[in-house]
Design a protein around this ligand. Structure first.
Ligand SMILES: [Zn+2]
Length: 304
């Protein structure tokens, strides 16, 4: 076993009201759901700031521009405590549902809002609901964004995000088999660092119910979630001398009392390990870019 270096951090999606009012077709939202978002922006943020202060952790708050404009006092507390503020769309709209032009309009506006609020350009991005598009990485690259946190090519290593120029043929059984029996073409790396996303390190599906949506059951015992997250940490610690461990949470989920207690246990467990360093996701990306964290290369696809 070599000397360990483990970069651990929290990416906090400050969805607040934005994810609830993103009804996609403009249909009205139930005000009780909107109030859950207000809880996140107020009670949730305050409790997370206290948690990070207690353990001396700097985290990354991915914040829709709508949340900054609607809750400036709360986001000022985040900014002034020295945490990173990253991009997360305007109103949590799904990139996968927008045209390339509308994706760019949202990116331009949200970069502008964050730059004015923070006094510097944002370095990182995470796609609302990790619902991405082929245009996303090229647009982030053109804007000079250092890193993304939306893709899942790996779970515990940083890498350069593929530029998504590779093509694949979806299986369409209304056509002859010869029309779709084709390999994916070769992936090519972009200049954007990927700090990978991971649904198994996300608090929303197990801990926040959305009635009627099976993927957000929401009533899992935090002991079960803690075990699921820490088993991933234990495996990576056993297998890798160097790795990253980014966890994704939401103030309206992790601000709940029982979930704060879970995070205290997780942080204290991780802190018992040699070589652990807590940092923002942009600092993880810089460690990789500047050669201090080896990471991996993502390969695959056929040369056609
Ligand atoms: Zn989100």
């Amino acid at each position: 076993m070599g000397k360990k270096r483990v970069l651990v951090g929290y990416g906090i999606d400050v969805d607040a009201v934005a994810n609830w009012i993103n009804t996609c077709d403009g249909s009205p939202q139930n005000p009780t759901n909107v109030s859950r978002g207000v809880y996140g922006a107020t009670v949730g943020i305050d409790r997370l700031l206290k948690l990070y202060d207690k353990y001396n952790i700097k985290a990354t708050f991915f914040t829709p521009a709508h949340s900054i404009e609607s809750f400036p006092k709360q986001l000022a507390k985040v900014r002034d405590a020295g945490h990173e503020i990253g991009l997360h769309g305007y109103t949590h709209e799904y990139v996968s549902q927008l045209s390339a032009k509308e994706q760019q309009a949202v990116l331009t506006r949200s970069i502008d809002v964050l730059t004015k609020f923070c006094g510097k350009r944002p370095l990182g991005y995470t796609a609302p609901a990790w619902s991405t598009s082929k245009e996303l990485i090229p647009q982030l690259e053109a804007e000079g964004i250092l890193y993304d946190h939306s893709f899942m090519h790996h779970d515990v290593q940083p890498y350069f995000a593929p530029d998504n120029s590779q093509t694949w043929i979806e299986t369409d059984i209304s056509k002859s088999a010869d029309a779709w029996m084709m390999p994916m073409t070769k992936m090519r790396p972009s200049k954007v660092v990927e700090i990978p996303a991971n649904w198994h390190l996300d608090d929303w599906p197990p801990l926040q119910p959305i009635p009627g949506r099976a993927g957000a059951q929401g009533f899992v015992d935090t002991d079960v979630v803690e075990k699921l997250w820490l088993q991933q940490f234990d495996f990576a610690y056993r297998e890798c001398d160097t790795f990253i461990f980014p966890m994704s949470i939401h103030p309206q989920v992790s601000g709940k009392p029982h979930v704060i207690l879970m995070h205290e246990r997780i942080i204290e467990y991780i802190n018992k390990h040699e070589g652990v360093e807590w940092m923002t996701l942009s600092d993880m990306a810089k460690e990789f870019l500047e050669g201090r964290m080896p990471g991996v290369g993502i390969e695959g696809g056929a040369d056609l």
